[in-house]
Design a protein around this ligand. Structure first.
Ligand code: NAP
Length: 236
């Protein structure tokens, strides 16, 4: 039985991941700001889910995570799933700030907490749920794509760092395309169900993949984003 902390497990992908790990016999630490949703999750898996209600961007985020790991009796896997984004047609300050707070600042606090913990114990697995959107800038959600790019580039750096430590410390960047949750808005294609996404994420983590697209065919879009020349991309 391993101990898994999921930051942002009240709804969507994070909640389904929590359910998968709890059903698989693991001990899950689930966080989020919506206490009632944490309570219903814990009630589904008595004795398997320990909850902590806090804002992942708040000043106490690291100490809350440390205390959750203590209550769990340790941590083998940390998944940073919390995220948010919104269309910013007129370049809205509040949207951009909130986007960076959760997808960059909250992310960094969780990653530092996880990295320190895993270095101390000599093993562990750090996962972030970034996005295919991080592969290129876009005019609809500029802060969101930039913030998700930050996560992916940061994780590539961590991966290289971890390899040089010669200890079993793994780093996985999960890049979903569209998944059918409250977060996904606007025109969409190749939309995965939360079930399908959770299946593929759990598998990629078990295989200790460095990077995985969810669903798998989204690698095509990620590559296209990278290869398409500016004179074409800027007209889309
Ligand atoms: N759905 C997609 O199409 C898609 C595509 C690419 C990437 N992603 C990424 O997948 C991840 C999960 O999103 P989702 O689609 O499952 O959406 P979701 O249902 O809205 O889930 C977002 C989760 O993040 C938590 N969260 C947000 N802000 C938080 C904060 N300040 N403090 C603590 N927790 C916070 C939410 O919990 P509370 O509200 O209870 O705090 C919730 O549990 C996100 O990182 C998202 O960017 C999603």
């Amino acid at each position: 039985m391993s101990k898994v902390i999921i930051i942002g497990a009240t709804s969507g992908i994070g909640r389904e991941l929590a359910r998968r790990y709890a059903a698989g016999g693991h001990l899950v630490g689930a966080t989020g700001r919506r206490q009632e949703l944490l309570a219903t999750l814990a009630a589904e898996y008595p004795g398997r889910v320990v909850t902590a209600c806090y804002d992942a961007t708040g000043r106490d985020a690291i100490s809350e995570s440390v205390s959750l790991a203590e209550r769990l009796g340790g941590m083998d896997l940390l998944i940073y799933n919390a995220g948010w984004g919104e269309f910013s047609a007129g370049l809205d300050w509040d949207i951009d700030k909130q986007t960076v707070d959760i997808n960059v600042n909250g992310f960094l606090m969780a990653v530092h907490f996880g990295w320190d913990h895993f270095i101390r114990q000599g093993h562990g697995h750090l996962v972030t749920i970034s996005s295919v959107a991080g592969n290129r800038g876009n005019r609809y959600t500029p802060a969101y794509s930039a913030a998700k790019s930050f996560q992916s580039v940061y994780f590539e750096g961590l991966y290289i760092k971890a390899r040089r430590l010669n200890i079993p410390l793994y780093v996985t960047d999960i890049q979903p395309g569209f998944v059918n949750t409250q977060l996904a808005k606007g025109p969409r294609f190749w939309v995965a169900s939360v079930d399908q996404a959770a299946d593929q994420i759990v598998r990629a983590i078990a295989r200790r993949r460095r990077k995985a697209y969810i669903t798998r065919r989204w690698w095509i879009v990620a590559k296209l984003f990278r290869w398409i020349p500016g004179w074409v991309y800027y007209r889309l």
